[in-house]
Design a binder for this molecule. Structure first.
Ligand code: FAD
Ligand code: DHB
Length: 392
């Protein structure tokens, strides 16, 4: 089998890249080790930055998003038993975010790729990437019990944190940077109307909680739990009463609606960056290259931004033999990556209870949150980063 661009992974990065290349008249093959239903069901992110939503619209993927997603013009920071709204458009010159689940983006991308005659091979597991330093890199993969080889001009590993892409870069050329946090998120999906119109990021003495949503009848909620927590330790009743306690307002003027929990999962919290994001004709994009803790809602957005950049570089190369975009990809992507790494770290340490921290640390957090609530430039820094910086 042969293709100009071989893509490992049918997450948002791999699928969007394949779609963008198709729009530029460049063929690709996407290899995905899981089946289609699994990819479409996997619960993950829910916030789409302003600029990424615009890119989805500009490439023909905005219709259902604009019909069924929610435009959010702010978030609530809840701390010390009170809520404070951060108004995005007022602080950023008009930017907002969309609440539109990663599962829906993936469903639309798969449907669109297949409708456009794209090749997305499910249950096709890449086992090795070879020849990155040659003009004909190859992906070895297994599909339907057979061992196969995909010959490519370029290989893009969009295979997430646990894929083979990153490990295929020679150790001598790669540096990685990592921070692991001593807590995780327990995330639930529940059949209950959201108890808020905008997301609530809550700091409390009991730990962090986040109220998000998927539709008018489905809520998505997260609780800070110790790293290594087994979700079986958390009965539905325990989850609801802990959430209610963490979101409680001092004046008691708010109640959390409860409903049947339909999905429960743990997200470990980690910051991770690989440099460079390219070796020869092998490129890394999305979680394969970098991980952020989810507090700033940046993981999905970074993945989409990487491939927007890479698709442009590949377009210039295939159309005109111009390698400038490909040569600049790693350094350009890493500037945005590090900005998002800082913002995600900042949001995480601002809002979570550090199990090794002291009362001094907690007082600093409250002081910082009060500063954001009272001081417009401080709130603007949050809003600028959250809605997505247009150019970094
Ligand atoms: P992925 O979505 O991970 O896709 C990689 C794909 O590659 C997968 O489909 C995988 O099956 C496939 N693959 C892996 N190895 C191979 C192989 N050898 N051969 C073929 N295919 C392979 N971000 C937020 O902003 N908010 C959140 O709440 C949030 N929650 C998350 C929860 C979890 C459990 C995880 C893991 C991530 C979460 N994220 C969240 C991060 C966000 O979902 C990711 O940043 C986003 O999925 C990155 O997209 P991607 O396409 O780079 O990688
Ligand atoms: C969601 C996830 C996040 O990490 C976040 O910061 C906000 C919302 C969500 O899944 O809806």
């Amino acid at each position: 089998m042969r293709t100009p661009v071989g893509i490992v992974g049918a997450g948002p990065a791999g699928l969007f890249l394949s779609h963008l290349l198709h729009l530029h008249g460049i063929e690709s093959v996407v290899l995905e080790r899981r089946d289609r239903a699994y990819c479409e069901r996997r619960q993950r992110a829910g916030v789409v930055e302003h600029g990424v939503a615009e890119a989805l619209r500009a490439t023909g993927l905005g219709e259902r998003m604009d019909r069924e997603g929610f435009v959010h013009e702010g978030i609530e920071l809840r701390f010390d038993g009170r809520g404070h709204r951060v108004d995005f458009p007022a602080l950023t010159g008009g930017r907002n975010v969309l609440i539109w689940a990663q599962t829906e983006i993936v469903k639309d991308l798969i449907a669109r790729r297949l409708a456009d005659g794209g090749q997305v091979l499910f249950e096709a597991e890449a086992t090795a990437i070879e020849g990155a330093e040659t003009e004909r890199p190859r992906i070895r993969f297994t599909h339907g019990g057979a061992e196969e080889v995909l010959e490519c001009d370029y290989v893009v590993a969009c295979d997430g944190f646990h894929g083979i892409g990153r490990a295929s870069l020679p150790a001598a050329v790669v540096r990685t940077f990592e921070k692991v946090y001593p807590f995780a998120w327990l995330g639930i999906l529940a059949d209950v109307a959201p108890s808020c119109d905008e997301l609530i990021y809550a700091h409390s003495d009991r730990g962090f909680a986040l109220h998000s949503m998927r539709s008018e009848t489905v809520s998505r909620l997260y609780l800070q739990v110790p790293a290594g927590t087994d979700p079986a330790e958390w009965s539905d009743d325990r989850i609801w009463s802990e959430l209610a306690a963490r979101f409680a307002l001092r004046d008691g003027g708010w109640t959390l609606g409860q409903g049947p929990i339909t999905d429960k999962g743990i997200t470990p919290m980690r910051s991770f960056v690989t440099e460079p994001m390219r070796h020869g004709r092998l490129f890394l994009a999305g979680d394969a290259a970098h991980i952020v803790p989810p507090t700033g809602a940046k993981g999905l957005n970074l993945a989409m931004r990487d491939v927007l950049l890479l698709a442009e570089g590949l377009r210039a190369w295939f159309a005109k033999g111009d390698a400038a975009g490909l040569d600049a990809y790693s350094a350009t992507a890493l500037r945005r990556v590090w900005r998002a790494e800082h913002f995600s770290y900042w949001m995480t340490t601002l809002l979570h209870l550090d199990p090794e921290g002291s009362e001094f640390d907690r007082r600093l957090q409250i002081s910082h949150l009060e500063h954001i609530a009272a001081c417009e430039p401080a709130a603007a820094a949050l809003a600028e980063n959250y809605t997505g910086l247009p150019a970094v």
